[in-house]
Design a protein around this ligand. Structure first.
Ligand code: IMP
Ligand code: MG
Length: 336
């Protein structure tokens, strides 16, 4: 691989953070850069007894030899960013594009104070919608205008393209999911930007001809936080019966849970230009598969599920997550 994009195929929270962290450790990219909206996203990475919920720093931080970037298209909340950099100790290898849009305290107030955004849409209240609106109106500050960000400023497109020119691997990390894309999702119950692979490339200043792989991450039992249509949603009683209970990383709201949606999986694979798929939560299809690291150890039930999912998606499923830990994964990328 040279340049790989990772995006969510359902409504977000598919487990992209864990997949990115695994790929980063395995493929040793020299640069890992985040696209997507901003700190409305929360990615969870579990290593042993430690669980990290990151909102601004790329989930690939676990691979210590990589430089970490926030792409030009992404919104930065300097308070959230600086807190995370400190917590994760990534000073010295963390970069923010000079042109990133800035989330001000006032954007957060507007997001939370708006009946339309906070109640009707069920926004995360992190200021992203109002900040993107101001950016489009050309009223925003940029990262270069914030003194506290000056140690981190860079030209992220230059950094990424130079790494690719030198034959190094780079990883572009998407956020949110296909179903909440401003363009392709369940408008108006969507986030404030497109979330597809093309957008993640654009966020980072990487042209479409330079992308080698698009890995779309799906969850065996998709979830949705916030309002909006969810055609395969199950009742809360049913999901509790199955032992599935999840809460948002950013908002701590309970996530709505549904069953596999083959039609949506196929459509999002199409728009994303999916070359490979990852599936998380296989241990929910069959608890006997929890923690498996080899395909041969999966049960018949899990394999049947994967065969159907692969047919729906129309691309090979090369990564299968069998539990929350970064080590609970089956990686079949070498087999295709
Ligand atoms: P906003 O992006 O905060 O404006 O929220 C708009 C909608 O997108 C709401 O339904 C949020 O719950 C949803 N949303 C935004 N970011 C994420 C995410 O990272 N994961 C899941 N849902 C998200
Ligand atoms: Mg999340």
């Amino acid at each position: 691989m040279a340049c790989t994009i990772i995006v969510g195929g359902f409504f977000g929270d598919e487990g992209k953070g864990k997949i990115v962290a695994h790929i980063a450790n395995r493929d040793r990219p020299s640069v890992i850069s985040r696209g997507g909206v901003g700190p409305n996203a929360g990615h969870t990475v579990t290593i042993g007894t430690q669980t990290y919920g990151v909102r601004m720093v790329p989930s690939g931080f676990v691979f210590r030899d990589a430089d970490l970037c926030i792409g030009t298209g992404v919104l930065v909340d300097p308070r959230v960013f600086l807190r995370e950099v400190e917590m994760l100790g990534v000073q010295g290898r963390m970069y923010v594009d000079r042109r990133c849009g800035i989330i001000e305290e006032e954007h957060i107030q507007r997001d939370r104070g708006s009946e339309h955004l906070s109640k009707k849409i069920g926004s995360t209240g992190t200021g992203c919608g109002p900040a993107n609106a101001d950016r489009v109106l050309r009223l925003s500050r940029q990262a270069k205008d914030v003194p506290e960000l000056s140690p981190f400023l860079a030209d992220v497109p230059l950094k990424l393209n130079a790494a690719m020119d030198a034959g190094e691997n780079v990883l572009l990390e998407g956020t949110q999911g296909f179903g909440i894309s401003l363009y392709f999702g369940t408008y108006p119950f969507v986030t404030s930007k497109d979330t597809s692979a093309s957008q993640i490339a654009a966020d980072n200043g990487v042209g479409p001809t330079r992308i080698d792989d698009v890995i779309v991450v799906y969850k065996a039992y998709p979830t949705r936080v916030g309002e909006g249509p969810f055609s395969t949603e199950m009742s809360r009683e049913r999901s509790h019966e199955m032992g599935i209970e999840e809460f948002g990383t950013v908002t701590h709201r309970p996530r709505r849970v549904g069953v596999w949606d083959g039609g949506m999986a196929r459509y999002s694979a199409m728009v994303n230009g999916c070359t490979q798929a990852a599936i998380t939560g296989i241990d929910r299809v069959d608890p006997a598969c929890a923690g498996a690291t080899e395909y041969s150890k999966l049960s018949r039930k899990a394999r049947d599920f994967l065969a159907q999912a692969e047919e729906d998606i129309g691309a090979p499923i090369t990564l299968i997550s069998t539990g929350p830990d970064i080590s609970h994964i089956i990686d079949r990328r070498d087999e295709i």
